[in-house]
Design a protein around this ligand. Structure first.
Ligand SMILES: NC(=O)c1ccc[n+]([C@@H]2O[C@H](COP(=O)([O-])OP(=O)(O)OC[C@H]3O[C@@H](n4cnc5c(N)ncnc54)[C@H](OP(=O)(O)O)[C@@H]3O)[C@@H](O)[C@H]2O)c1
Length: 234
């Protein structure tokens, strides 16, 4: 049932976004992935498939609305439709609040929170047309606050609230909206170099499988806010 449906994933060059893209492709979907640098996006797309009818690489910084608007136009021009948008791009800076720089705060709020709004704003009419699905990748940090996390917590609490309110606004158009709140995931987050010691974590592909299940769910039921965590944290 997912065959030839089209997904756009922000921050698809590595980590969670790339893992989601590979699972969606295997499920028969066509996939566009974005990142801040076109060469990086193209390299990630080449990893996924050499077939341009299946994969599209896009340069877009989610901090700029014009970039996101152009990105969605590219997806529509290339594939003709948009059925799923995953607002995944994000980053973290961690420091006690009295030491957190203005730049680090702005980077997180602009990327993790405003970026998700820009992605929804740029895609919402296409999603109304396809009666599609918008999913934000928030975090357990969107409900659990912790020391050194003030800026990251603020951005992710914001994304959870934003996505839930958007869900109430858009369901009358048969647009489904959900937020996924993962705990530790194996990725490059916060300059981490993923390796064998990360096997206890959620794997990016697991989030892809979750999204496939969400897409296949009977449309009368909407899992609007989903927490996932490693079964056995170290
Ligand atoms: N890893 C975890 O444990 C974990 C847990 C909960 C939630 N999350 C969330 O999951 C999402 C993905 O993170 P990850 O763990 O996969 O980290 P990652 O491996 O560092 O990947 C981050 C992705 O976001 C992209 N990105 C960053 N800033 C961007 C911007 N301004 N515009 C466009 N793309 C941008 C990066 O692309 P380029 O560098 O190529 O631009 C990259 O593809 C984030 O929202 C993060 O907060 C992660």
């Amino acid at each position: 049932m997912l065959n030839n449906k089209v997904a756009y994933i922000t921050g698809g060059t590595k980590g969670i976004g790339l893992g989601i893209a590979s699972v969606l492709l295997n499920a028969g979907m066509r996939v566009a992935i974005s990142g801040r640098n076109l060469d990086d996006a193209k390299a990630a797309a080449a990893q996924l498939s050499s077939d341009p009818s299946k994969v599209l690489a896009i340069q877009s910084n989610v901090r700029n609305f014009e970039d996101e608007d152009k990105a969605l136009q590219e997806v529509k021009n290339h594939f003709g439709q948009v059925d799923l948008v995953v607002a995944n791009a994000g980053l973290g800076h961690f420091a006690p609040v009295d030491e957190l720089s203005v730049e680090a705060w702005q980077d997180m709020i602009d990327t993790n929170l405003t970026g998700v709004f820009y992605t929804l704003k740029a895609s919402v009419e296409a999603l109304k047309k396809s009666e599609g699905y918008f999913i934000s990748i928030a975090s357990l940090a969107g409900t659990n606050f912790f020391a050194n996390g003030s800026g990251y917590n603020a951005s992710k609490f914001g994304v959870v609230g934003f996505t839930q309110a958007a869900m109430l606004d858009l369901r009358k158009y048969n647009v489904k909206v959900s937020t996924i709140m993962p705990g530790s995931v194996k990725s490059h987050f916060n300059n981490h170099d993923p390796g064998d010691n990360d096997e206890w974590k959620i794997q990016p592909e697991d989030i892809g499988e979750l999204i496939v299940d969400m897409m296949k769910m009977n449309p009368r039921t909407l899992p609007s806010k989903i927490e996932i965590r490693p079964t056995l944290p170290k």
